[in-house]
Unconditional design. Structure first.
Length: 104
C-alpha cells in the first residue's frame, strides 16, 4: 500500500477513538478507503495538470481519459466521506473537523 495513505490514516486515526467493536472496524476500513481515494485523486489531478485536459492523439486533440477516472474517484471519495462522517460524528466535533480538513 502507498505510504501516503498510511501517513494520512495515521493522522486521522484519532477520529476513531470514540468508536468500539464492529463499528470501529468498519469505520476504520472505510476511512482507509477514503484516504486511498484522497491520495489517488491528488495523483490524478497532478497528471491532468501535467498533461492537460486535452491530449494530442493521431486523430487530433481528445479529452484526457484521466479526467474521467478523476471524476469516478472523486465520487467514490465523497461516498466514503459521507459514511465515515456519519460514524465519526459520534466521536465529537473535533473528530469531524479533523476529517473535514482532508476534503478538497
Amino acid at each position: 500500500m502507498d505510504e501516503r495513505v498510511d501517513e494520512m490514516m495515521e493522522s486521522l486515526e484519532c477520529c476513531l477513538d470514540g468508536l468500539t467493536g464492529a463499528e470501529r472496524s468498519m469505520t476504520e476500513e472505510m476511512l482507509r478507503t477514503f484516504c486511498w481515494y484522497s491520495v489517488k485523486t491528488d495523483d490524478l489531478m497532478a497528471a491532468i495538470e501535467q498533461d492537460g485536459i486535452l491530449i494530442e492523439t493521431a486523430r487530433g486533440p481528445k479529452p484526457n481519459p484521466v479526467n474521467q477516472v478523476l471524476h469516478q474517484y472523486t465520487q467514490r471519495k465523497g461516498d466514503c466521506y459521507q459514511k465515515v462522517l456519519k460514524s465519526v460524528s459520534k466521536s465529537g466535533k473535533v473528530a469531524v473537523d479533523k476529517i473535514a480538513q482532508f476534503v478538497r
